[in-house]
Design a protein around this ligand. Structure first.
Ligand code: PMP
Length: 404
């Protein structure tokens, strides 16, 4: 094994390790990708706590689920993506299975496309979750990873013209493209509804296969329907075939339980047997990977999704989490404006979801860490969840200091 290289931790994990090793009392962790309450602690959603009470945990058995996962979970999970109105219409054309959370869904779709569709290229946004390129290279080495412009550094907004022009020019018929359904990680910038419409038309024209990564439904705006708008819009194009990688890590706070699903929407002109055949092949791939997705978290999610009372509590939990994030964005913005910090900071409140691209350079991020013990990604990404009443002034003063 002498030839085995040590692979150092990358991205947020490296930041997390550096943060843990810092003994300063002032230290602030803005690298974390998990919700924290205003005391900086992990938060057990009241809806999830109630679901566990109802489940009578001591008597729960630990049987295997079917290979494709628990139908009792998959059905309401799919309904959540497509909404009560659209779901009955679309369900016969969807191949769904339970996966090892969003990461599992992303890897299975990469493997499935490589085996059955063989697109030449997968288009990822130029800024994206750092695991996306890794997942595609590892699971679909024959598919070339390309990136399309996403973030305009000058305006801290979406480079929509660049995105459209690049895909129009360079995407080949049959390529695959990854889109973040909402709360784009890491920039916090989503297309507008009109921009989504144009992207859908382009994907249809180029006959691209769309992979939606939906890791933040309800967590972004606090509204489950609003956060699924992009996906539901694509579903109104009957010929557009696409996949949805659904994660319940953030919106139910079930991070470590690995709860998710993969839904592949076939042409609404196809026969339902196509969806059944697809599911059988997904199961085949999954079997060689992990056999069956874990059951416990999916049962918790099912209880939340199917009990009217607990579901209402969940809606409140989503509003609380997204509300705290919005309030922290506003607090950071207000502090920066009050300090007269050079530059425009409007993007901090305009972005959505857990993350914000602050616009700080890598050098400025280094100073934030070395001088102020504030940990963020070298790209200038912060996790808004790491901000709280007790540290937001300190963070704003540090940003003010490094940009002057
Ligand atoms: N996609 C995106 C864009 C994410 O940000 C994340 C979580 N960081 C995931 C997928 C997957 O998370 P999980 O595997 O916990 O569902």
């Amino acid at each position: 094994f002498e030839a085995v290289d040590h692979k150092p931790l990358g991205g947020p994990f490296k930041i997390e390790a550096a943060y843990r090793g810092d003994t300063s009392e002032d230290k602030v962790n803005l690298g974390i990708g998990a919700y924290r309450d205003d005391a900086g602690q992990p938060w057990l959603l009241p809806s999830v706590a109630e679901a566990k009470k109802r489940m009578d945990l001591p008597s729960c058995t630990h049987e295997y689920s079917p290979l494709h996962g628990l139908d009792a979970f998959i059905e309401p999970a799919r309904r959540l993506v497509f909404g009560a109105e659209l779901d009955p219409e679309i369900a016969p054309f969807v191949a769904s299975m339970q996966t090892v959370s969003g990461t599992g869904a992303n890897s299975i779709i990469a493997k499935f496309l490589a085996r059955w569709i063989q697109p030449q290229q997968i288009w990822l946004p130029a800024q994206t979750w750092d695991n996306h390129p890794h997942i595609w290279r590892q699971n679909a080495p024959a598919i070339q990873v390309r990136d399309y412009p996403y973030y305009d550094q000058k305006t801290c907004s979406l480079d929509f013209a660049g995105l459209m022009a690049t895909l129009e020019r360079d995407a080949k018929e049959g390529d695959a493209i990854l889109l973040h359904a909402c709360a784009h990680n890491p920039t916090g910038i989503d297309p507008t509804e009109n921009q989504w419409k144009d992207i859908a038309l382009l994907c249809e024209k180029k006959r691209m296969f769309v992979v939606f990564d939906s890791a933040y439904q309800g967590f972004a705006s606090g509204n489950l329907d609003k956060d699924a708008w992009s996906i539901r819009h694509f579903a109104t194009h009957p010929d557009l075939e696409f996949a949805v990688c659904q994660s319940f890590s953030k919106n139910l706070g079930l991070y470590g339980e690995r709860v998710g699903a993969l839904h592949i929407v076939t042409s609404r002109n196809a026969t339902p047997s196509v969806a059944l055949a697809i599911r059988s092949q997904l199961v085949e791939i999954h079997r060689g990977e992990v056999s069956i997705a874990p059951a416990f978290g999916a049962r918790v999610a099912t209880t939340v999704l199917t009990s009217e009372e607990i579901f209402s509590q969940w809606l409140e939990d989503l509003v609380l989490m997204s509300g705290r994030i919005k309030a922290m964005r506003q607090a950071l913005y207000d502090e920066l404006v009050a300090l007269g910090t050079p530059g425009s900071w409007k993007h901090v409140v305009e972005q959505t979801g857990m993350f914000s691209y602050t616009g700080l350079s890598t050098d400025q991020v280094t100073v934030m860490q070395e001088k102020f013990h504030i940990y963020m990604l070298p790209t200038g990404r912060i996790s808004i969840c790491g901000l709280r009443d007790a540290n937001v002034k300190y963070v704003a003063r540090a940003i003010d200091n490094v940009v002057r």
